[in-house]
Design a protein around this ligand. Structure first.
Ligand code: COA
Ligand code: AMP
Length: 630
């Protein structure tokens, strides 16, 4: 069956569709029904089934005789190492790690924070938690101690598993001092920390709290898989919202298994023995779904790549990995391709490698600009498939499903809604707009299995953030349109979230940091267009009366403050000092107008503006730093 038939089949009877998909999962107790709508508009899936994620990702493949197949290939140009772990080895390593965690009191429902770079041990830690029914929360290594502290206080972990360090091309990232600082700042204290010591840096352990990864596993009984209910949280992953407090997206166990497994064949056309590579980071949702869980659930080999698209050592590194490990499906962010294109515009380095194992290139994380898509398609000679999703959904809302038969490509569009998603484009009043008209993108409830049922400890915030604006629908926070053939076009965010190098960041959170500077009276952060990273944050600072310091000094301090409070991932490097901020008469800062001015786009004077002259002042300041041209 092709896409239209499959989508129609899902529409006709979602219950039957997802129960059939559930047949590909090993259950301890099979669910008797798919959807649980007892608490609508809050929905859950497969609640009366019991299951274990680690069993489905690891044990069952060994049991099926695939123990010798590589499960994980770690390819790390930043440390000059490569390492293969078979499914049998993975089972051994994960069950021992789970055994050690269990011996230290970690049980079903306990939270465990994982703060690790792109090493196989990060996946092993995730799987060991899943084995015990413990709920992991992975924190991206580019976040500062304060961000880690916020997550510690929100999910209250019993334990934290961290690496001693990460390795960025230009520096070693000292994880341990960040971890110590975060625990110091947080009100909640974990009972213990497990530290994976890396050769690049051996961290000093704190007596009575820290345990070394290797020694803490000596002599322990390997742990078996603990069956959990279908709606038991598999993990919490924090993502940016409009305010400084990140949202803890909850991923339910059974729906996650069923949906991810379904996507591997239908969307990515991958199965047992295929090599799947998502060049992202375990700290992001792409890393959870398509570095760790989905490829392993489907019995593929997953590549864990510790490096960058350029500079480790050059713009040919991706193509080298594809050739060497015979990658069938490759997934990256458009920004990575733009970086490669900048260094190797003619694709000369691509020509040095045999990438013929690759059947398709998948892009997500930000809008895929047509130039980049065309450039990649021309040089790689495979379909370049944009697909659209979010941390909240955990898998693609819209894609061109390779495994169901590729649909005609439309460059600039992530193609069509996947089964499970009834996508609507709405006006402010919640009415559907006609094809081609821009609107807010919403999804009719219920969302499919594997998507977020709620936010961790914040059901009210979940309802308010996602379900209240358009009753009966989930609000994606993205704006765009649908064309006459049902292809979606994702154009912008409707909130204060920006996307920098495929990383989702909150300008609200950045403003909270700037407002904490002693000389800043008022501030705004916007995302301005950036040829490499898609968007780049820009701060506007109004200083307190009487402050007569050099503006450049205040800006430099704000840049440092952002690095300290949010982390290098914020990539906050530019700010300007202005006299006043443009506002509406009711005091709302006109950020969207500022973005248009900065990007040199046409803009209209907002009817509600308090003082139009401020926009001239802002334009002049922006022109002073090379923006607002055109
Ligand atoms: N741990 C610690 N620091 C990190 C980090 C990590 N895991 N990842 C990034 N950083 C730091 C970088 O070192 C850099 O610090 P600096 O300001 O000291 O230079 C900063 O965060 C910004 O990093 P990055 O976004 O990687 O920018 P870059 O200019 O170093 O590289 C690209 C540009 C385009 C090569 C890079 O952004 C990239 O590979 N992007 C693709 C990301 C991606 O796959 N996103 C998809 C998620 S689905
Ligand atoms: P994250 O939750 O970090 O995965 O970020 C999700 C957001 O990234 C989405 O809501 C979009 O704004 C953006 N995004 C992800 N994929 C795409 C895509 N293919 N096209 C356009 N925007 C995308």
């Amino acid at each position: 069956m092709g896409y239209s038939d499959i989508y129609a089949k899902w529409q006709a009877n979602p219950e039957v569709f997802w129960m059939e998909a559930a047949g590909a999962i090993d259950w301890v107790r099979k669910p008797t029904r798919a959807l649980n709508d007892d608490r609508a508009p809050l929905y859950e899936w497969f609640t009366d089934g019991t299951v274990n994620t680690c069993w489905n990702a690891v044990d069952r493949h060994v049991l099926a005789g695939r123990g010798k197949q590589p499960a994980i290939i770690h390819d790390s140009p930043v440390t000059g190492t490569k390492h293969v772990i078979t499914y049998a080895e993975l089972l051994d390593r994960v069950s021992r790690l789970a055994g050690a965690l269990k011996a230290h009191g970690v049980t079903k429902g306990d939270r465990v924070i994982i703060y690790m770079p792109m090493v196989p041990e990060a996946l092993e830690a995730m799987l060991a938690c899943a084995r015990l029914g413990a709920i992991h929360s992975v924190v991206f290594g580019g976040f500062a101690a304060a961000e880690l502290a916020v997550r510690i206080d929100d999910c209250k972990p019993k334990a934290i598993i961290a690496a001693s360090c990460g390795v960025e091309p230009a520096r070693v990232v000292h994880y341990k001092p960040l971890l110590d600082g975060a625990i110091e700042m947080a009100t909640h204290k974990p009972e213990f920390c497990v530290i994976f010591q890396r050769e690049q840096e051996v961290a000093k352990l704190i007596d009575g709290r820290d345990l070394a990864w290797h020694t803490f596993q000596y002599g322990v009984e390997p742990a078996d898989c603990v069956p959990v209910e279908g709606n038991h949280p598999a993990y919490i992953l924090y993502t940016s919202g409009t305010t400084g407090a990140p949202k803890g997206v909850v991923r339910p166990t059974a729906g996650h298994l069923v949906a991810l497994n379904w996507t591997m064949r239908a969307i990515y056309n991958c199965g047992v023995g295929d090599v799947f590579w998502a060049a992202s980071d375990v700290g992001w949702v792409v890393g959870h779904s398509y570095i760790c869980y989905a490829p392993l659930i489907a019995g593929c080999t997953t590549v864990v790549f510790e490096g960058k698209p350029v500079g480790t050592p050059d713009a040919g590194t991706f193509w080298r990995v594809i050739e060497e490990h015979k990658v069938k499906t490759f997934f990256t962010a458009p920004t990575a391709l733009r970086a490669i294109k900048r260094d190797d515009p003619e694709g000369l380095l691509m020509a040095d490698y045999d990438t013929s194992s690759m059947q398709a290139l998948f892009l997500a994380g930000e809008r895929a600009d047509p130039d980049t898509v065309q450039w990649a398609g021309r040089h790689l000679n495979v379909p370049v498939i944009d697909h659209w999703w979010q941390t909240e959904t955990g898998f693609a809302i819209a894609a061109n499903p390779l495994g169901l038969g590729l649909l005609p490509m439309k460059i600039g569009s992530p193609a069509v809604a996947m089964p499970g998603f009834d996508v609507r484009v709405l006006d402010e009043g919640g009415h559907e707009v006609s094809p081609g008209t821009l609107g807010a993108i919403a999804i009719k409830l219920p969302l499919p299995p594997g998507t977020l049922p709620t936010l961790w400890n914040a059901e009210e915030r979940f309802v308010k953030s996602y379900l209240s604006h358009f009753p009966g629908c989930y609000e994606t926070g993205d704006a765009g349109y649908v064309d006459a053939d049902g292809y979606l076009y994702i154009m912008a965010r409707t909130d204060d979230v920006i996307n920098v190098a495929g990383h989702r960041l909150s300008t609200g959170a950045m403003e909270e940091v700037l407002a904490g500077h002693k000389d800043v009276a008022e501030c705004a952060v916007i995302g301005v267009a950036d040829a490499l990273k898609g968007q780049s944050p820009l701060g506007f600072l109004c200083l307190n009366k009487g402050v007569d310091r050099a503006p450049a000094d205040v800006v430099a301090e704000c840049v440092r403050l952002m690095r300290d409070k949010i982390g290098p991932v914020a990539d906050f490097k530019r700010a300007v000092v202005v006299e006043r901020l443009p506002k509406t008469r009711s005091g709302k800062i006109l950020r969207a107008t500022m973005v248009n001015i900065a990007d040199g786009k046409p803009w209209k004077m907002p009817a509600t503006i308090d003082d139009p002259a401020i926009l001239d002042e802002i334009t002049a300041v922006l022109q002073g730093i090379g923006l607002a041209k055109g």
